[in-house]
Ligand binder design. Structure first.
Ligand SMILES: *[C@@H]1O[C@H](CO)[C@@H](O)[C@H](O)[C@H]1NC(C)=O
Ligand SMILES: *[C@@H]1O[C@H](CO)[C@@H](O)[C@H](O)[C@H]1NC(C)=O
Ligand SMILES: *[C@@H]1O[C@H](CO)[C@@H](O)[C@H](O)[C@H]1NC(C)=O
Length: 686
């Protein structure tokens, strides 16, 4: 897939820093709460701008800051600003994005901890909130924004400078016209930096905890990051999107990802590479493909999404979209299909005669990308689907080859009616049972079509959403050595601007490995692969059988890395509905509720923290025996809900508070659970 709105802030970045000193400490509020008492001094004056102006703050230069940049706005196009109190500072409001300037606080004595709310553009060099030592002007710490307006709390351990005179510097030297401003609010010091006024402990953002490329410290550093998934693949730093090149080859599962290592933003695409013997525990491998012009960060040319097969020489054979930045290379073809091979599964050689498809077929004005190759049993040839579209209608092109090198255009395999998007990205096509399945991305969502195929022509019979939640896109299918149809999907925050993990240096993750099947209603279903039990800690599991739950909430446990399985006897239940609270505390929760009469599952994140807010409502049906099972995976910032009929609902969530770990159930009436189990899951990186 591609990104149509290119970030304007591509530039060379300094190496992202590593905070080894904090490893294993973050995430344990108690040790912080004793350490915070060691040095507590008042912070800067007017710390939350509640005077409604810059009293106590000083404009050092420029026009980006002034009394007019103190604002009481409460919402923007993407939701609520989440300021504390009435006012906050936004360097956009007074004079727009291009204005630059510097604002400093009064001086104060550094405490053990300092925290503040930050929003605005991502540009570590030119846009940040910094802590400066008065005596020598040293910039001790700095934090840039996330390319979102909403404010997220950053917490710094400032104990190394405790008692020294310091000030905050709000620095906007980005004169661009997009994401060239910074927002700040509610500076807090000492123990107050760690807890809100009700005594809840803030989630720690802004301590990067990134391992070096290829290092073995992922286990502890990932564990120290409160939003880093512990058993899902995420990049050690930078950005990932589409999973690509999925294959089981010589026993190993290979997962490649669209990757930009230099910033947690989309950029010139690399192929990150990970391998696994069980499709659960992934190990980071060297980057497989690099963009063609890596020395020029302004050049967005890159190696876009593609697929992998085993060729006749038992080589790993990759076919991918070669994207050329036409602004820098006028006259080129923007999107062509190229190939690369590997005989050792580690180093990849670009095919000397690239591209293998250099001419875009007619009727493809919206794009031509994401080749997915499969073996076609109808004529024993290689076939390839490529995403495309023209006007308001997405489409999928079909190609044929016998040697993976020379490709013949067959025709248009499928054309949408416009309702699922004008450009179909990441198409996949394969037989499943006695049906053929096509799925693709469009309108920021994944769509499936189940139907019949005769070697050239596909007729869809049943269609629907691949995932009922908002955060799954660019799913890729592969058939493993045992013949299972598996899939992994990108879990980004694609429909929104909310990417809080950017504060920790990374963005994007892949789903757990799922097995695909045809649902009882003819749609495409997903279920977690059985190998995931290897993450379970059965000795710590809590199990209930024949458990009846009514109007009094039952707390099952406190955790954010776990598997919660429930089987409901709908025939014996008299309740109209029940609700499961996840990532819950007195301040916030993710609500998963079920309405028996409507068979409606509702995922509600209206009050779930820093992430996207909303409601998603798939129909989820009990089996013919009246039983309905939910298999729920929680992983720090990830939620995947698999229901027994094959519907999956995925979402990224970012609780504000460390206490938001409760898992509890309540009902309107009585619900009979045949069984409930809550099982902690281990990190797959340790
Ligand atoms: C902001 O307004 C206050 C009160 O009118 C004034 O004293 C101060 O100089 C102003 N600050 C700036 C930076 O304009
Ligand atoms: C501020 O930005 C300008 C224009 O990009 C650049 O030339 C200058 O070096 C920057 N200033 C600092 C102190 O980085
Ligand atoms: C496949 O179906 C299409 C549409 O019905 C038809 O035109 C074509 O001849 C069929 N091809 C084969 C190989 O049966």
């Amino acid at each position: 897939m591609r990104f149509t709105a290119l970030p304007s802030l591509l530039h060379l970045l300094p190496a992202l820093s590593i905070f080894l000193d904090l490893q294993g400490v973050w995430g344990k509020p108690i040790s912080h709460l004793s350490k915070c008492k060691l040095a507590q001094y008042p912070g800067p004056s007017n710390p939350s701008f509640e005077t409604g102006d810059l009293t106590g703050w000083h404009v050092l230069s420029g026009t980006a800051f002034g009394n007019g940049s103190v604002t009481a706005q409460t919402s923007y196009w993407g939701g609520s600003f989440n300021q504390k109190g009435k006012y906050f500072v936004d360097s956009f409001v007074a004079s727009g994005d291009p204005a630059i300037g510097q604002l400093r606080s009064d001086s104060f004595l550094a405490s053990s901890y300092l925290s503040f709310l930050i929003g605005g553009g991502y540009d570590p060099v030119n846009l940040y909130v910094g802590l400066v030592r008065d005596s020598d002007g040293t910039l001790l710490k700095s934090q840039t924004g996330m390319n979102d307006e909403a404010l997220v709390r950053v917490i710094w351990d400032t104990s190394a400078w405790a008692g020294q005179d310091v000030h905050l510097l709000v620095y906007d030297n980005n004169s661009g016209s997009s994401w060239a401003h910074i927002n700040i609010d509610d500076v807090r010091t000492g123990c107050k930096a760690l807890q809100d006024d009700n005594g809840l402990t803030f989630t720690v953002f802004g301590e990067a905890n990134q391992p070096a490329a290829g290092s073995s410290s992922s286990c502890t550093l990932y564990a120290a990051d409160p939003v880093r998934p512990q058993y899902h693949y995420s990049p050690y730093q930078g950005w990932i999107n589409d999973p690509a090149g999925l294959i089981q080859w010589n026993g190993q599962h290979h997962l490649f990802s669209q990757f930009y290592p230099d910033a947690p933003l989309w950029g010139p695409m690399h192929w990150a590479h990970a391998t696994s013997s069980d499709a659960v525990h992934w190990a980071e491998r060297p980057v497989a493909l690099y963009p063609p012009y890596p020395d020029n960060p302004q050049d967005t040319s890159g190696r876009w999404t593609g697929s992998a097969v085993k060729d006749a020489q038992n080589q790993l054979h990759i076919l991918f979209t070669d994207f050329t930045d036409l602004a820098l290379h006028p006259g080129s073809t923007e999107q062509v299909v190229s190939a690369a091979t590997s005989s050792d599964g580690t180093s990849f050689l670009l095919y000397s005669q690239n591209p293998v498809i250099g001419t875009v077929p007619a009727g493809s004005s919206n794009g031509f990308r994401d080749p997915k190759v499969f073996q076609d049993p109808t004529d024993n040839s290689w076939k390839m689907v490529v995403g495309s579209g023209e006007g308001s209608q997405g489409k999928v092109h079909l190609y044929r080859s016998t040697d993976l090198v020379s490709w013949t255009y067959v025709g248009v395999l499928f054309e949408g009616d416009g309702s699922t998007g004008s450009m179909f990205e990441c198409p996949n096509f394969f037989p499943l049972g006695d049906k053929w399945v096509l799925f693709y991305g469009g309108r920021s969502l994944g769509w499936f079509e189940v139907g019949s195929y005769n070697g050239t022509s596909f007729i869809s019979e049943t269609s629907g959403l691949l995932d009922a939640g908002p955060d799954s896109y660019a799913m890729q299918w592969y058939k493993d050595a045992s013949g299972r149809n598996l899939a992994i999907t990108w879990l980004g925050n694609w429909p929104t601007s909310k990417w809080p993990s950017r504060l920790n240096g990374w963005a994007g993750q892949q789903s757990i490995t799922r097995e695909l099947f045809i649902r009882p209603d003819g749609g495409l279903g997903s279920r977690p692969i059985p190998e995931l039990v290897s993450l379970e800690q059965p000795a710590s599991a809590k199990v209930w059988t024949q458990k009846k739950i009514g109007n009094t909430a039952v707390v099952l446990g406190q955790t954010t890395t776990a598997r919660l399985r429930l089987t409901i006897d709908t025939a014996s239940s008299t309740a109209t509905s029940f609700s499961i609270h996840l990532f819950a505390s007195s301040a916030e929760s993710v609500l998963v509720s079920y309405n028996f009469a409507a068979r409606l599952l509702t995922l509600d994140t209206s009050n779930a923290g820093y992430g996207q807010t909303g409601q998603w409502q798939p129909i989820v049906a009990p089996g013919s025996d009246g039983k309905l099972s939910l298999d729920i995976f929680l992983d720090h910032s990830t939620l995947e809900i698999f229901s027994s009929d094959g519907v999956v609902t995925s979402m990224r969530v970012y609780p504000r508070y460390q206490e938001s770990q409760d898992i509890k159930i309540e009902a309107s009436g009585q619900v009979v659970f045949d069984s409930i189990s809550l099982t902690p899951l281990e990190s797959s990186w340790c």
